[in-house]
Design a protein around this ligand. Structure first.
Ligand SMILES: NC(=O)c1ccc[n+]([C@@H]2O[C@H](COP(=O)([O-])OP(=O)(O)OC[C@H]3O[C@@H](n4cnc5c(N)ncnc54)[C@H](O)[C@@H]3O)[C@@H](O)[C@H]2O)c1
Length: 440
């Protein structure tokens, strides 16, 4: 069986390697970025993802995968084509489908035999129909039988391979039962006893993906609202979250207070779902609040921190990625917070993150900053320390040494990294989001 994947990013690369490693398919991964395709073909995995680098080497050694930038060669005669290109947001928040349109037209132009097309990119309702339309309007062979199926991906960065191979659910959106069954059997290596297989219409599948990410964003926004309330009235969000989440109807996941939701999916999917629902005249009023609440939360944190270091100073920031176990900086709450803080004062940022080694971080534009490769080196001239991502290295840092290492005597723990008995240790004030009065 021949599979072509289009896009070699988090979703495309994981999908390609898992199919190639299964032994039932030879995979060609078409990646538009020439340098990325060349690095992948030479065995260099650019993504920091557990298991992905070993899988890449194994699959290359077995000849089960190849990476190319040559569309015609990749798309001419596969049995399945998996589309995993990006669907970023446009200025008005809606999904930018231009990469998807290019990929679809390329399929239409070059495909020479009947095939099943599986869309894994996240798309708004109606997206599957659009892809089919773009393929058919570009094809020179209208007699070919091409089924277009939407099968959203639910993997999480940091555990992409495990999530792909052990999904909680496989959603297959297709109006043609035979095509849906073909796709279900393609995924058979991922079926576990706990996997729900949901075969449904494209529009339901499209809604399931957007609504899942929207619901997760709402959970995070709600718990962060609650954390600010806890901090004001003397509650403890950690206990409150445990109490709420222990109800199986609610669940503990995504109930940890923190610096806001971010990453490559949640913010853009919330905005795209909001924009789509407005466009069709059924605005989702609760979801409209999620984004505002997330931003207000980050502003509130920035205000609280700036009150502790008025006007100017050096702020040590530990953790820059949008969560631990990924090197992905897309829509990172840490970067959002640094940008907000720099509106409040003339600050220099001393940054440590286990995955960020560059001395200059383009995303921070003109903001004054220095990157360090050891957390302790950020502290010498720092007025305050912000803990933003609970990387194992940050959690394990001996916090009893902070008083000795840091010029200032103030720590804001915004990701529940350290368990410290009281608000003070050796003259250092430790403030925790949602515990005691962080803003005071
Ligand atoms: N990253 C995640 O955790 C995740 C999880 C689930 C779903 N998704 C969704 O999956 C999709 C892909 O996400 P990602 O994070 O892998 O994106 P990504 O930006 O990391 O990768 C997309 C890749 O596609 C390539 N590409 C674009 N157009 C192409 C074309 N015409 N031909 C060949 N290659 C092309 C780009 O060069 C890029 O490398 C998005 O819709 C996203 O919302 C992402």
């Amino acid at each position: 069986m021949k599979i072509t994947t289009i896009g070699g990013g988090y979703v495309g690369l994981t999908t390609s390697l898992c199919f190639a490693a299964s032994g039932s398919a030879v995979v060609t991964c078409l990646e538009a970025n020439d340098s990325l395709a060349r690095r992948l073909q030479s065995g260099i995995c650019p993504l920091q993802e557990p298991k992905l680098d070993q899988l890449l080497l194994q699959c290359l050694a077995k000849g089960a995968i190849e990476f190319t930038t040559q569309a015609q060669e990749a798309v001419t005669d596969p049995d399945y084509i998996v589309i995993a290109v990006g669907t970023p947001e446009t200025e008005d928040g809606s999904a930018d489908l231009s990469q998807l349109k290019n990929a679809s037209e390329m399929i239409g132009k070059y495909l020479r035999k009947s095939a099943t097309i599986i869309i894994k990119s996240t798309i708004p309702p109606g997206g599957t129909r659009k892809v089919a339309g773009w393929i058919f309007s570009a094809t020179l062979r209208p007699e070919l039988k091409v089924d277009v199926v939407y099968s959203p991906e639910f993997l999480r960065e940091g555990s992409a391979v495990d999530d792909f191979l052990n999904p909680t659910r496989i959603v297959i959106g297709c109006d043609n039962t035979h095509a849906a069954e073909r796709v279900a059997s393609l995924y058979k290596m991922c079926h576990t006893a706990d996997t729900s297989i949901i075969i449904t219409s494209p529009v339901n599948a499209e809604l399931i993906k957007y609504a899942s990410n929207s619901f997760l964003a709402l959970k995070v926004a709600f718990v962060n609202d609650l954390a600010r309330l806890c901090g004001t009235i003397g509650g403890d969000i950690r206990t409150v979250s445990r109490g709420i989440g222990s109800d199986p109807r609610i669940g503990l996941d995504f109930l940890a207070a923190g610096p806001g939701y971010g990453g490559s999916c949640l913010p853009k999917d919330v905005r795209a779902m909001t924009a789509f629902s407005r466009e069709v005249g059924v605005p989702l009023s609760i979801l409209e609040q999620a984004d505002r609440s997330n931003l207000e939360h980050q502003r509130w944190i920035a205000r609280s921190v700036s009150e502790a270091v008025p006007c100017q100073g050096t702020i040590s920031v530990w953790g820059l990625t949008f969560k631990s176990n990924t090197a992905d900086l897309r829509n990172s709450p840490s970067i959002a917070l640094i940008k907000l803080l720099s509106e409040y004062g003339n600050y220099h940022f001393n940054i440590y993150d286990p995955t960020v080694h560059s001395q200059q971080l383009a995303l921070l534009e003109t903001i004054s900053h220095t990157c360090f490769s050891r957390p302790e080196d950020t502290l010498e001239n720092a007025n305050i320390l912000l803990l933003l991502v609970s990387w194992p290295e940050i959690k394990a840092f001996p916090h009893d040494q902070i008083a000795m290492l840091m010029r200032g005597k103030s720590v804001f723990d915004l990701c529940d990294a350290w368990d410290i008995a009281g608000p003070e240790l050796d003259g250092v004030r430790f403030r925790k989001l949602g515990v005691g009065e962080m803003g005071s």
